[in-house]
Design a protein. Structure first.
Length: 277
């Protein structure tokens, strides 16, 4: 069976207003939905998934749930390579159209359904992945805001964010949870390993940042297998989230909603991530 063109995926994802992809996590978030729906098909053969949706699942799409759409359309929340998207089928057809549903005023609709069925479970899976990885924390454990930051020791923007965050951290309002990665320069992995392998990783991180302009921490030349594996796992976590630049920030805003951003936050975004100063 001929696979759907990749350009379709990106067109569908674009309707979600710039959502970041979460590779390797939608599968986790969608597995239960797929399994329960397949069980429902087996238990009730009178109302299976439409053949076109089943064909998409067979091609590697993840099915997350269905929803009612305007004008008699039935919507199906899907993801492919963890790009959220929707397929629509009319009551008189078994042909599916993948894309963004637009109303007569030119507005994208049905985004809240995709948010609830696809994106929110992906983001919760991402948050869980960060909670279960090794991080270096600084700041009050009772801080109102927790920010995970994927940091390359050679990244000037990571250093800038570290400096910008000082007032929030020192006031006890933010706890930063650093996850060192090694991607930018040949010495990055060695520096990340030196921080992670230090007797006091928090002190080693602070020393590195305080001496960043003069080169920071000395790279660890002879990494243990455990440290090499830890840095590689951190790099893989970053890649799995679709984050391509550092710092990569994962946070909950004042409403408890999870966000993922890349780079140094500015203006309102900075307040969303760390709260009021």
């Amino acid at each position: 069976m001929r696979h759907i063109l990749h350009s379709t995926y990106y067109l569908a994802a674009a309707g979600l207003l710039g959502l970041i992809t979460l590779p390797a996590l939608a599968q986790e978030a969608g597995t239960d939905a797929n399994e329960s729906h397949q069980a429902g098909i087996a238990a009730n053969t009178e109302s299976p998934l439409p053949k076109s949706i089943t064909a998409l699942v067979d091609q590697g799409f993840t099915f997350h749930g269905s929803f009612e759409a305007p004008d008699g359309l039935q919507g199906y929340a899907l993801s492919y390579d963890n790009e959220p998207m929707a397929a629509y089928i009319s009551s008189s057809s078994d042909y599916a159209v993948i894309g963004t549903l637009i109303d007569p005023q030119g507005n994208a609709v049905m985004e809240s359904q995709l948010q609830a069925l696809v994106l929110e479970p992906m983001l919760e899976a991402a948050w869980s992945a960060f909670e279960n990885t090794r991080f270096i924390s600084e700041g009050n454990d009772d801080a109102s805001h927790i920010v995970y930051t994927l940091t390359d020791p050679n990244c000037p923007y990571c250093h800038k964010f570290y400096e910008i965050a000082r007032p929030w951290v020192e006031a006890g309002k933010v706890q930063l949870r650093h996850i060192p990665v090694g991607i930018l320069k040949p010495s990055s992995a060695g520096k990340a390993a030196a921080i992670l392998g230090a007797e006091d990783p928090s002190a080693a991180l602070a020393q590195h940042e305080n001496n960043y302009t003069s080169g920071g921490i000395t790279p660890l030349e002879d990494m243990t297998p455990a440290l090499r594996q830890q840095v590689a796992a951190n790099n893989m976590l970053m890649s799995s989230l679709g984050i391509q630049g550092t710092p990569g920030l994962v946070y909950r805003d004042d409403d408890g909603e999870i966000g993922i951003k890349q780079g140094v936050p500015q203006g309102k975004l900075r307040k969303d991530i760390m709260g009021a100063k």
